[in-house]
Design a protein around this ligand. Structure first.
Ligand SMILES: NC(=O)c1ccc[n+]([C@@H]2O[C@H](COP(=O)([O-])OP(=O)(O)OC[C@H]3O[C@@H](n4cnc5c(N)ncnc54)[C@H](OP(=O)(O)O)[C@@H]3O)[C@@H](O)[C@H]2O)c1
Length: 210
């Protein structure tokens, strides 16, 4: 049985990925800020706030007690706010950068020793160039940074694979945090999870536009 580790397991996309993996027979380590909010079972649940380096390190140490190695590692944490730079507090900026960018670095930095030699890493990015809209400075900057991070990591970690997923709109609670309407034709998180897992099975590495 192969093992997956999913960060952001309480989220719309993260929980759909966990469910799909469990359905397909994977052993899954779910990582969430509040373990009580993770619904898909059976999966081991580990607590971590990715804004806190110590919490991330402890979560990976716990994972190391539960499993020997991780074959598939997914970062589906994210946060968004719509506030113009002029009005954005340093705390809001830090929170969005922590969830979307610095947390991704922390989580993979501590997780790498647990990954198999041919492990696949997956980061949930976004079509960042389309997000350069008033109010989205923090989110768009973080997602652009995440793309660069994933590209460098891919070169550093060969033969391991790194996929940066760029989904269009997906129907999740994230949309409740911004004053925009979900576009018609938005994907369900279940459809997205199916397409991501198909790409993983096909050996994808690089940018995955969905
Ligand atoms: N939905 C879309 O249309 C869309 C499109 C493109 C890209 N994405 C990206 O896909 C990813 C997943 O988004 P989603 O739509 O599933 O959003 P979501 O339902 O809001 O889920 C976000 C997840 O991130 C977690 N999180 C946020 N800050 C955290 C922190 N400091 N520590 C630990 N966990 C934290 C949340 O945990 P809590 O439950 O504790 O808050 C939640 O599990 C994000 O990176 C998002 O940017 C989404």
């Amino acid at each position: 049985m192969k093992t997956a580790m999913v960060w952001g397991a309480s989220g719309g996309i993260g929980s759909a990925l966990v469910q799909r993996l469990v359905d397909e027979g994977w052993a899954v380590l779910s990582v969430a800020r509040d373990p009580g909010t993770v619904t898909p079972l059976p999966s081991e649940v580990i607590e971590a706030d990715v804004a806190d380096p110590r919490s991330v390190r402890q979560a990976v140490a716990r994972a190391g007690e539960l499993v020997q190695e991780v074959d598939l590692w997914i970062y589906a944490v994210g946060d968004i706010t719509s506030v113009k730079a002029e009005d954005m507090s340093p705390e809001d900026w830090e929170r969005i950068l922590a969830a979307n960018l610095t947390g991704a670095y922390l989580a993979i930095h501590y997780s790498l020793p647990l990954l198999t030699a041919e492990a696949h890493m997956v980061f949930l990015g976004a079509v960042s160039e389309r997000l350069r809209l008033p109010g989205l400075a923090a989110y768009a900057s973080a997602k652009a940074g995440l793309e660069a991070f994933a590209e460098v990591l891919r070169k550093e970690q060969r033969p391991r694979r790194v996929t940066l997923v760029r989904p269009k709109a997906v129907q999740t609670p994230l949309w409740g945090k911004v004053p925009f309407s979900l576009p018609p034709g938005a994907m369900s998180p279940q459809d997205l999870a199916e397409r991501v897992l198909q790409a993983i099975q096909d050996g994808h590495s690089g940018v995955l536009n969905l």
